[in-house]
Design a binder for this molecule. Sequence first.
Ligand code: SF4
Length: 510
Amino acid sequence: MGIIEGAKKKAAEFFSNSQTARNLVLNQVVKYLEKDPEKNAVKIFELLKKGVDDPESRDRVDKVVKYYNEMPAVREYINKVLTNTNSNCLKKFFTNFFGNATWYGIPRREQMMLDHDAKIPFIMLISPAMRCNLKCTGCYAMNYDPNDDMPKEEVFRIVKEAKEMGIYIFTILGGEPFFTDYLIELFRENQDAYFITFTNGTLFTEEVASEISKLGNCMPIFSLEGFEAETDHRRGTGVFQSVMDGMDMLRSRGVPFGVSAATGNHNVDTVGSEEFVDMVMDKGALMIWYFAFMPIGDNQKGTIDMMLTPEQRIQIGRRAREIRSTKSIYTLDFFNDAPFVGGCIAGKFYCHINAKGDLEPCIFCHFATENVLNRPLIDCFKNNELFKSIRKRQPYNDNLLKPCMMVDNPQMIRDIVAESGAYSTDETSAMQINDPEFMEKIDKHAAAFTPFAEAAFEKDFKGTGNYRLSNFEKDNAKNVGKENTEESTEKKEQGHACGHCGGCGGHGHS
Ligand code: SF4
């Protein structure tokens, strides 16, 4: 039997034999969650470990237990999540995230690789529409009308086919996701999936909050620029208060939610400040997601000037790690946590479908070779030349603090687009590959960051990271059922267990 046939057989056995045992485990977890989740926290983790086969996932659960036992902030955080979240939302999270996306999903996605030579991501981002009820300064969403929306039937079909491929975690963006009138219906019809929505928070009503609470499979993430002054300055008067009200509505119902902070050189000090973090914690948010400003959209050259300076970029990463190890809130940093997941995850562990149906490798990378509308979804992953071209280059360099093909290694995006023949999915992204002024500017930006990244990678990460997750192409068929355990791994992951649980729309693992 050849390697591929052997791996296929192993995957099939793994897939069928383990389901019953996993269902038993999951039922017991659900019982603990219903009874006294805080008291049963360690038992829950032990059970979750039984449900995973690969050493990396088991190791990750072990680390969570270790941190839970040894770090007061982690213990407090986990207890807070288990105590404050209503049991319906907790059950949906554990069932959909562990049961469906992980235990069921990993072998399913690996089977798709074997059957179709298609790398299926862990998480799929979908922007069903680019419309929004706000008109924020500089935002592109105001240029769209209903005719630009993806047809509702296509959104439902994509989610259905994605689940058949083993994807159960979806991030819904836009535009404003709650501006589409079928969002709650989408959650209701896909109770086995988990949805994370990035929202401006202005459309939350008691009715919407109650529906989300009842369904339990949605975690809203509210966008904030900082406090009231910063948020309302960009988004409009009253927006900050709407977000606060939305948070209150969710908190009172025990629905988990988080905050996303687009971080540029103008607001990095604010969103990283003690006061901001405490304010967000007091409101009941469970996480803060720091997204460094990227040069995309209508004013790409101008946005380069809004990006974090090299010092600021390193500093917010350190700050995010400090917050999550000392406070009972989880923080993620889109770029600075990349060493934990092997660098760039575009086209590998996550992807984005825009409102026109273009299948993009990353929310910020507006290029595609495939459009999913009116086509079987699996066909768009099979032989996806753009994704293949990206994956074979990942990581783009050994320094995982420079993970990005667009801002840290800009020659990469030029080579990738040239090799794959990808088309530009918006009017301005082609600038990255053919506008000399933009290219010179971003090259300088990348060069300026390099010495800072080198020093910080050495100092903060001892010059290493989770390279096992860096390049899927090298170890696909051999690792069925034991994903990312390639023995040839030269460098070992350094400790970080729960940072990238895949609920993440940015850097998440498989
Ligand atoms: S590092 Fe990869 S996933 Fe992150 S923004 Fe850059 S291309 Fe996208």
